[in-house]
Design a binder for this molecule. Structure first.
Ligand SMILES: Cc1cc2nc3c(=O)[nH]c(=O)nc-3n(C[C@H](O)[C@H](O)[C@H](O)COP(=O)(O)OP(=O)(O)OC[C@H]3O[C@@H](n4cnc5c(N)ncnc54)[C@H](O)[C@@H]3O)c2cc1C
Length: 240
């Protein structure tokens, strides 16, 4: 049997063993490059989920998955939604752009990723296009714990449409600049948040996560108040 065929069969067996089958019940672009996708199915019922956790979705090619952040999870009906940013032509971007209602997919998770629960105080979330879903999940789940959201975006107008659609208000948006000067503006927001006793979540582009973390260290903020997760880095595929 050809090696490709063996790989394909093995992938099928592993998927059935480890992953949960879901059906796409809704999907639509809610703004330029941003697609809101609803996954449903009995296999998603009864799952224990916490905001910040991730799912890995199997792509068409054997052993290839891409990672997304559920913005909510209804364990009773077995329904979850993810907000995907179509940045380019990778398998994840192609899947998010082309998927249709009725399509099926295999989901691994939800599994632990970002967990700010041990840290106390209001939350300050910093991210990019890939982390708006995370911000939504974190702010929706803790109604008594305020979450100040900050996103660096290539297209702030599209970002505003997404925020309106998700009914997220009071979000600080930073237009991306080629020289990354906007990251300094994001870092400038940190001292007042530190003074207010916030705990920090940094997710999204690896370099920004690293830069903001360094700024916090200079402000003597200790690790228990900081949660970081790089969602992507230039040149790295399927970073997780
Ligand atoms: C824990 C976790 C949770 C995540 N949650 C979400 C989510 O909810 N929504 C979401 O949209 N994404 C999310 N991501 C990011 C997403 O998994 C990556 O962007 C992934 O690389 C997309 O797969 P792809 O096949 O399109 O690109 P890949 O094949 O993985 O990458 C191709 C190239 O594109 C670059 N690239 C990847 N992402 C970006 C980007 N955003 N902008 C510019 N270049 C990029 C890569 O560095 C690589 O050079 C998450 C990632 C992690 C680790």
């Amino acid at each position: 049997m050809p090696a490709e065929s063996v790989k394909g069969r093995l992938d099928g067996v592993l998927r059935r063993m480890l992953m949960r089958r879901a059906t796409i019940s809704a999907c639509r672009p809610i703004a330029e490059r941003f697609h809101l996708i609803t996954l449903e199915g009995p296999a998603l019922q009864g799952m224990s989920w916490a905001p910040g956790q991730k799912v890995q979705i199997a792509m068409a090619a054997p052993f290839v998955t891409r990672t997304y952040t559920p913005i909510e999870w209804d364990a009773l009906t077995g329904r979850t939604r993810i907000l995907c940013y179509v940045h380019g032509e990778g398998p994840g971007s192609a899947w998010a752009r082309d998927v249709k209602p009725g399509d099926e997919c295999d989901v691994f998770g939800p599994r632990s990723s970002v967990d700010p629960r041990p840290a106390s105080g209001p939350l300050a979330v910093f991210g990019d296009e890939t982390s708006i879903g995370l911000g939504y999940a974190l702010s929706g789940r803790y109604p008594t714990r305020s979450a100040a959201l900050h996103f660096e975006l290539g297209d702030t107008e599209a970002g505003k449409h997404v925020l309106k659609h998700l009914d997220l208000s009071g979000v600080a948006l930073f237009e991306k600049r080629a020289d990354d000067a906007h990251v300094e503006q994001m870092a400038a927001a940190l001292p007042s948040l530190v003074a207010a006793g916030a705990s920090f979540v940094f997710a999204g582009k690896a370099a920004t996560v690293q830069r903001l973390r360094q700024s916090l260290k200079q402000l003597d903020v200790t690790t228990p108040r900081i949660t970081t997760k790089a969602y992507w880095a230039p040149g790295k595929v399927g970073l997780d």
